[in-house]
Design a protein around this ligand. Structure first.
Ligand SMILES: O=C(O)CCC(=O)C(=O)O
Ligand SMILES: [Fe+2]
Length: 338
């Protein structure tokens, strides 16, 4: 027990929780975080891990056109193919006009009633998720082909034998972000970080986001680096100027995706509110992050809809439908870094 403690202390000295990206040592980190290194070697988690120099080069070649895909210009399979490719190359993808304004309004209507979520409410939390999840019966986003198709397309590109699913890992939420002076200090997400390596996040913009508003940023092609979840990677102002940084802006109905291995952060603008539908997906069933209460809420009144789903969509919902049999993962199990 003691040796474990000492090891962690030593590891923290060698690989601090806050480190400049330029000083990150991926080779050493692969030795210090063997569990993470093993997961990153899975074919669907990465293609190959690149050095910082190789990454800077890829980043300089980043093509914003390939990343912002206007769904109105393509068939659905074409959009999915492009999004899968963009996720592979740069770790991010944006699908404009993924959903119509009417579809978004219909969802918000239910959200106001069911989640007791009022866009204009004056909660002081940085993130506010409303009182309860909106059931699947009113949610046409969670199982949309644009999301699971794009993730599964990426996985097939990384591993031609891939035949699994993009499972919903958590209950979809409406996430309202409202940076205020008094909640900024607790907002860990405002530092550059990566999420779980096998996780994918889908966000749907429910209210237009402009460049001068609270938004997410990501570093294109950082998915090729070996970065450790739970750390903050500082990037100096000077370095930022020479790097391509992507801003997740867009009109209502724009969908954006990022891989857990992609470096990203929130850019908080005081008093500038952002409203998203948001959900995480996983390609492995091992790590559901579900509360039994949220599973009940999400599947409430939705039996007919679930019964009518095809077998593939039923599988994508498996973690919810079988949640009573699934033992919730412990904090330790949920961490990839131990
Ligand atoms: O709020 C944001 O823009 C960043 C959120 C984030 O870190 C995430 O979705 O993983
Ligand atoms: Fe994150």
């Amino acid at each position: 027990m003691l040796s474990e403690k000492i090891y962690r202390k030593l590891r923290n000295v060698l690989s601090p929780e806050t480190i400049s990206l330029q000083r990150a040592n991926p080779s050493l980190d692969q030795l210090l975080f063997p569990r993470l290194a093993k997961i990153r070697r899975q074919p669907t988690t990465l293609a190959s891990i690149k050095s910082l120099e190789e990454f800077y080069h890829l980043n300089s070649l980043f093509d914003e056109q390939a990343c912002r895909i206007n769904a109105s210009n393509y068939t659905e399979p074409e959009t999915i193919e492009r999004a899968g490719l963009s996720l592979k190359n740069s770790g991010i993808a944006v699908i404009e006009n993924a959903f119509t304004s009417e579809e978004v309004d219909a969802y918000l209507d239910h959200a106001e009633k069911i989640a007791d979520f009022r866009i204009g409410s004056d909660s002081v939390k940085f993130y506010d998720y409303g009182a309860r999840p909106v059931p699947l019966i009113h949610d046409n986003f969670a199982l949309s082909k644009l999301i699971n198709g794009s993730i599964e397309s990426l996985c097939k590109k990384l591993d031609q034998n891939f035949s699994d699913y993009a499972y919903l890992r958590e209950t979809p939420i409406i996430s309202r972000t409202l940076p205020l002076r008094e909640n900024l200090s607790s907002a860990w997400v405002t530092g550059w970080h990566v999420d779980f390596p096998t996780e994918f996040k889908a966000n749907l913009i429910l209210e237009d986001i402009n460049i001068d508003q609270t938004r997410m940023q990501a570093i294109p092609c950082s998915n090729h680096l070996f970065l450790v979840p739970g750390k903050h990677y500082d990037i100096s102002a000077k370095k930022r100027q020479s790097m391509r940084i992507f801003n997740f802006t867009g009109k209502k109905g724009t969908l954006y995706l990022h891989r857990g291995v992609t470096l990203h952060k929130n850019v908080p603008i005081e008093n500038s509110r952002r409203i998203l539908w948001s959900c995480t997906y996983t390609i492995e069933k091992k790590f559901p992050k579900l509360s039994p209460q949220h599973c009940e809420n999400f599947t409430e009144n939705s039996k007919t809809k679930i019964d009518e789903l095809g077998q593939d969509d039923k599988s994508r919902l498996e973690l919810f439908l079988k949640h009573k049999q699934v033992k919730p993962a412990s904090k330790q199990e949920l961490s990839y870094v131990n």
